[in-house]
Design a protein around this ligand. Structure first.
Ligand code: NAP
Length: 246
């Protein structure tokens, strides 16, 4: 591997690496020299991502809502690499529905995956991240700026909660040398969007949307700022503006 690559000798743990933004980010980091730990539940997808990312990558099928699985994930990270430079959280689930009819079990599930699990993962990885002036990136959503969130209220509330946690965390741990970056993509051409468009019976034109690789480039560029600078909030939107569905 070329020592001149910007992420040479760096180790990144990426959740949601099985597909979409997480996969694109994993592959871009690997292309720029990083060793990537690819995390999601679907074994075939994380293995495919790690294979494409090259021999320094590790596939760890893992449900990040399980404390036991997170402990195993950290143990395997430590055993294989002995360090962690970047935690990239790009896992998450979407929900659509009227709040008046939404079962509270959906509320529990959405907050468990989108809010509680990221916080738990941050708590588990912070000891390693502190050792190397690590960086945490949370892939949030531009929905936090949307004025009309009808039928998207539950999902939007998880993203607002995530932003609140992220902002406070930055204030708490910047002094320890750890950066905290939020990135807020607009509608991005991932399997999630294809499913949402299909469910709504709307035409799906992925070439008009943000590409997962676009988000990956913005995210990786933010990691490369000098130690004196931190990109706190990055909003990235498709050039083609249209009626957002999810
Ligand atoms: N696509 C968009 O338009 C868009 C826009 C703004 C923000 N975002 C945000 O960007 C992030 C990624 O979005 P995406 O569109 O790439 O999503 P996606 O295509 O739905 O992929 C989500 C990833 O998260 C993983 N995941 C879900 N639950 C998990 C769990 N409990 N444990 C471990 N992994 C889990 C999934 O794998 P498994 O199911 O195999 O676990 C999958 O790899 C999400 O947080 C989303 O809210 C997306």
């Amino acid at each position: 591997m070329n020592p001149k690559l910007p992420f040479y000798n760096r180790v990144a743990l990426v959740t949601g690496a099985g597909r979409g933004i997480g996969k694109a980010t994993s592959l871009h980091l690997a292309k720029l020299g990083a060793s990537v730990i690819c995390v999601a539940r679907t074994q075939s997808e994380v293995e495919s991502c790690a294979t494409q990312a090259g021999p320094k990558a590790l596939a760890v099928p893992c449900d990040i809502t399980s404390p036991h699985s997170l402990q195993e994930l950290i143990a395997r990270t430590h055993e294989r690499y002995k360090r962690l430079d970047y935690l990239i959280i790009s896992s998450g689930i979407f929900h659509r529905g009227f709040l008046a009819k939404t079962p509270l079990s959906d509320f529990d599930n959405l907050f468990a995956v989108n809010v509680k699990a990221p916080l738990s993962l941050i708590q588990h990885t912070l000891p390693l991240l502190r050792e190397n002036n690590g960086q945490i990136v949370i892939v949030n959503s531009s929905i936090i700026r949307a004025a009309n969130t009808a039928e998207r209220g539950l999902y939007a509330s998880t993203q607002s909660a995530l932003k609140s946690l992220t902002d406070a965390l930055r204030d708490e741990i910047n002094a320890e040398g750890v950066k905290v970056i939020s990135i807020f993509p607009g509608t991005t051409a991932t399997p999630r969007q294809e499913t949402i468009h299909q469910a709504l019976g709307k035409p799906y034109n992925p070439h008009l949307l943000l590409q997962p690789h676009d988000v990956a480039i913005a995210l990786c560029n933010s990691l490369l700022l000098p130690p004196t600078a931190e990109a706190t909030d990055i909003f990235i939107r498709p050039m083609h503006k249209f009626d957002t569905v999810g």
